[in-house]
Design a protein around this ligand. Structure first.
Ligand code: ADP
Length: 286
């Protein structure tokens, strides 16, 4: 039988360990039973492991902040110089085709590098918990309309219309989601629908309020995804065999899935090669 005082002391040890402030010095060795001594050793070790983990996390956070900060100026300068060089070449009457091709290549590779650094820092911040996804109750139709409206111009460059059914706009449906991050997820999905569809096609967006989840579907009439590939498309840096001709780094779907997961939602895909794809984001209604 344990003495009450022993049980109380063990409980106190556990409480302070769970609060992350267990210190060996707080407990007087001479008063400890064998069991208490074992508890003390175990808790001291796990406190040490937690401290080490916290320190690693802090290091990672500052490393990411450094990468993001230190690459900003060289990246801006690279873009500026490429722009200046491009203008010089354009203004010269004796400039040859090869010069124009090279400068256009430098511009596009610089943009790609910039996009890659931004995506990588965003992803690491999200994964390490530096950026929290904070779901709050919000109106789904107003949110979807905002995202769709902001993407119409870019889609228009490929003569693609993004259609949001009028009935959907009056759907009375709320869900728990972080508007900023879910905007990123939905934009990535709509951006892909536009990217992997032929010019002058239509991308359909719709909302269905189920009991547990609000479903936002994005349907395109594009190249589609084969069954073998659909298992891999959410992986980090995965790019489909047919995607090589399009810009991208293979992080859009990975990020979208991570974001939805952090707000208790999920993403599903249905697709048929040559016919099109439908991505559905399920937002938790709470
Ligand atoms: P990225 O578009 O930069 O390649 P993503 O992570 O957004 O990266 O997508 C991963 C892959 O999934 C793409 O390379 C492409 O093969 C495939 N994919 C995504 N969306 C679609 C779509 N709407 N239609 C066809 N293929 C798609």
């Amino acid at each position: 039988m344990f003495e009450n005082r022993t049980i109380e002391r063990i409980e106190k040890m556990l409480d302070s360990a769970m609060d992350g402030n267990f210190e060996e010095g707080d407990y007087d060795e001479s008063r400890l039973s064998r069991l208490e001594t074992k508890w003390k050793k175990y808790l001291a070790t796990s406190q040490l492991a937690k401290n080490q983990l916290d320190a690693t996390k802090r290091n990672l956070e500052s490393l990411i902040a450094d990468i993001s900060h230190q690459t900003k100026t060289p990246m801006t300068n690279l873009k500026l110089y490429a722009e200046l060089l491009g203008e010089q070449i354009d203004s010269r009457t004796d400039a040859c085709e090869e010069e124009r091709r090279l400068i256009s290549e430098i511009r596009s590779q610089t943009d790609k590098l910039d996009f890659l650094i931004q995506s990588l820092t965003k992803m690491s911040r999200l994964e390490s918990g530096m950026i929290e996804v904070k779901p709050e109750k919000a109106d789904v139709a107003a949110f979807v309309k905002g995202v769709v409206d902001s993407m119409r111009v870019a889609a228009g460059r490929k003569q693609i219309a993004i259609c949001l059914d009028r009935d959907n706009l009056t759907v009375d449906c709320t869900a728990h989601f972080d508007t900023k991050w879910t905007r990123e997820a939905l934009s990535n999905i709509i951006d892909n629908a536009v990217k992997y569809s032929p010019a002058a096609s239509t991308v359909m967006v719709s909302i269905v309020p189920y009991e547990m989840y609000a479903a936002i579907s994005v349907r395109d009439a594009g190249i589609g995804i084969s069954e073998e590939e659909s298992a891999s498309i959410f992986e980090r840096f995965y790019r489909g065999n047919e995607a090589a001709g399009e810009e991208g780094v293979g992080l859009g779907l990975y990020l979208a899935r991570e974001i939805l997961r952090k707000e208790n939602g999920y993403i599903r895909v249905k697709s048929e090669v040559g016919k099109g794809s439908e991505f559905t984001l399920y937002l938790w209604r709470g």
